[in-house]
Design a protein around this ligand. Structure first.
Ligand code: MRU
Length: 342
């Protein structure tokens, strides 16, 4: 599997790949302050639950370097995006480690812990790839046809991806895979997935979100694998809006539906999907066909300025529709997550 990384240390800053410019441009941005880091998460220059968590951890280190108080930094970063629990998980881990670290050592300790969070994410996702691979290998024909939604590839993590990790593992094992990539309106994260797969040389097709049900019904999908932004203790899963409809279609037609996520995405304190906060994003991003928010304004308007818009960014897939959750510690039934807490 490749070791392409989305975030790299650069002296007293970090460099990220600006995902608002992809796939049109490959542009890197150096983050050197708390404000720049919080903005990068908010406007989705970095996105995807695990990458948001790692970036926020580095944001704490940058803030301490600026002389900003730990709790203030945590508050600013925690307010950026509400649904992906990896953000809060990473900030909580930083708080736990740093509040007992003497002031003079705090900044250096913050960099070490952020680095550990990033490295552990890369390792966890590689393990997700290894653990998920047998699910593709048991399919009897080739290519194995996987449907995914949004982008849960290496771009959404520190490295390897979650939902795409078993696909990359299959490629590394010389197995033939074909991927259905849904566009993922309104931000078109499916274009990021298609960009990744093109770079990797993995055959795929981009489809309109609404084409997914037909392809599942026609028997053209062997399994669905999606990522997650927060998995409640009972297995209900928040992921990019549109995931639930795929799960419903998969259940109706007997297609296995898997969620792939590191254990850091499981919120053991959250009892069920109803308790997961769903991010409502700005109507302005819904109105652009391209989904590019800070690129060259090539986006074409798809709505009139006065059309009321609702833009929930995530939905909840009930545990009952999920065949299994692929983690770095194995594949679990959605009702068996308690085992991970031990
Ligand atoms: O709004 P985004 O692009 O941050 O949402 C990302 C997703 O919903 C992904 O599917 C999820 O975070 C899993 S990423 C490994």
């Amino acid at each position: 599997m490749s070791e392409l990384r989305t975030i790299a240390e650069d002296g007293d800053g970090v460099v990220i790949l600006d995902q608002t410019r992809l796939p049109a441009q490959t542009a890197f941005v150096r983050l050197a302050t708390l404000d720049a880091t919080a903005r990068a998460i908010r406007v989705m220059q970095v996105r995807g639950a695990p990458l948001i968590g790692a970036t926020a951890a580095y944001g704490v280190a940058l803030a301490l370097g600026e002389g900003i108080a730990l709790e203030q930094a945590i508050d600013v970063l925690a307010a950026t995006r509400p649904t992906a629990v990896n953000l809060r998980w990473a900030l909580e881990r930083m708080r736990r480690v740093l509040q007992t670290t003497p002031g003079a050592e705090r900044c250096q300790r913050a960099w070490e812990e952020a680095r550990a969070i990033a490295d552990e994410d890369a390792e966890a996702n590689a393990a997700i790839g290894r653990n998920g691979l047998p699910l593709l290998q048991i399919v009897e024909h080739r290519p194995v046809r996987v449907m995914t939604h949004c982008n849960a590839g290496w771009l959404a993590t520190v490295a390897h991806g979650t939902a795409l990790a078993p696909i990359y593992a299959a490629q590394a094992a010389d197995d033939e895979v074909y991927v259905w990539v849904s566009e993922t309106r309104p931000r078109n994260q499916g274009l990021l997935t298609a960009w990744e797969l093109r770079q990797a040389g993995i055959p795929h097709a981009l489809i309109a979100d609404n084409a997914a049900g037909l392809l599942i019904m026609q028997g053209k999908v062997d399994l669905v694998i999606v990522g997650a932004d927060r998995i409640a203790a009972n297995g209900d899963t928040a992921n990019k809006v549109g995931t639930y409809l795929k799960a419903l279609a998969a259940r109706e037609h007997g297609v296995p539906f898997y969620v792939a996520a590191p254990v850091s995405t499981v919120d053991f304190a959250c009892p069920d999907g109803a308790a997961i906060p769903i991010e409502e994003r700005d109507a302005a991003e819904f109105g652009l066909a391209s989904g590019e928010q800070s690129g060259d304004e090539a986006g074409r308007k798809v709505s009139h300025g006065d059309t009321p818009i609702a833009n929930p960014a995530f939905d909840i897939t009930p545990a009952g529709l999920i065949t299994g959750i692929i983690t770095e510690r194995g594949i679990l039934p959605p009702t068996g997550l308690a085992a991970l807490q031990r």
